[in-house]
Design a protein around this ligand. Structure first.
Ligand code: ATP
Length: 245
């Protein structure tokens, strides 16, 4: 994935102020940043969900805005908030995704069963996705992103709201996927997960990439959390706030 000078304004707010980033093929890339840093906005522009005001985004060599079919057919996305067609059951949603992607019905059926079993969502579960828990919605969103075996996965906070057992499962799936030659880019607030999984890291705040490179380059001899606080600027409570509480 190659991002070149991406800019996005929301009225007067400059959400992303010229982000350029090269994600090497086969890497496990973590995008870190505090709330409101511009992570979702950047990833949305990168995958063709939000039109940039300036800049370009290339996925596996294809410009996502001028050659969207070539780019998106090789891409799996777990968008922010997982906007899903949620009046469907899990199996129906996967079938819908697979058929939209032009896959044959037998392959869709077989992969959907496997994904539902592995992610412990139950291949025979008749619950509508709208009635899933937040963590289950993340998992079915991930299943939709994986179904067509893309070469690149872009995941917005895949571990948010997911229980520890499911998080370990998702970690295993993603590690296997990268070991098999896939590329993962994901955003997160959780340092430990990024530190454990990623070989590359970028830290952004206020719409700007502050630091990026291999995990070793970014971390140096510190912990990732120390670097993050240093780069982003932490605020230490003095003890006098919320005295009424
Ligand atoms: N549709 C929108 N309209 C107006 N402002 C927006 C919109 N989307 C995002 N913003 C603003 O852009 C900035 C970046 O938001 P973004 O969602 O990209 O941050 P984030 O790093 O993903 O945050 P979080 O970690 O809290 O999810 C924020 O100040 C946000 O309020």
């Amino acid at each position: 994935m190659s991002l070149r000078g991406l800019v996005k304004r929301f009225e007067t707010k400059l959400a992303v102020a010229g982000v350029s980033l090269e994600v090497p093929a086969g890497s496990f890339y973590g995008l870190l940043g505090p709330n409101g840093a511009g992570k979702t906005t950047t990833l949305s522009m990168a995958v063709g969900l939000l039109r940039p005001d300036e800049g370009r985004a290339f996925l596996l060599g294809y410009d996502v805005w001028t050659d969207p079919v070539a780019a998106k057919s090789r891409l799996g996305v777990l968008p922010d908030g997982v906007r899903l067609f949620d009046r469907l059951t899990g199996p129906e949603l996967l079938a819908y995704h697979g058929l939209l992607r032009g896959m044959d019905a037998a392959t869709v059926d077989q992969r959907a069963r496997e994904l539902l079993e592995v992610l412990e969502l139950g291949a025979g579960n008749r619950t509508l996705v709208v009635d899933y828990s937040a963590g289950m919605k993340k998992k079915i969103g991930l299943a939709c992103a994986l179904l067509h075996a893309p070469r690149l996965l872009v995941l917005d906070e895949p571990f948010e709201a997911v229980d520890p057992v499911s998080a370990a499962l998702i970690r295993d799936i993603l590690q296997r996927y990268v070991a098999g030659g896939g590329t993962v880019v994901f955003s997160s607030h959780v340092m430990e997960i990024v530190e454990r999984l990623c070989d590359h890291v970028a830290i952004m705040s206020s719409g700007v990439l502050r630091l990026h490179g291999t995990l070793a380059e970014v971390r140096g001899d510190k912990s990732l959390e120390e670097v993050f606080v240093q780069v982003v600027g932490g605020r230490v409570a003095t003890g006098s706030e919320l005295a009424w509480l």
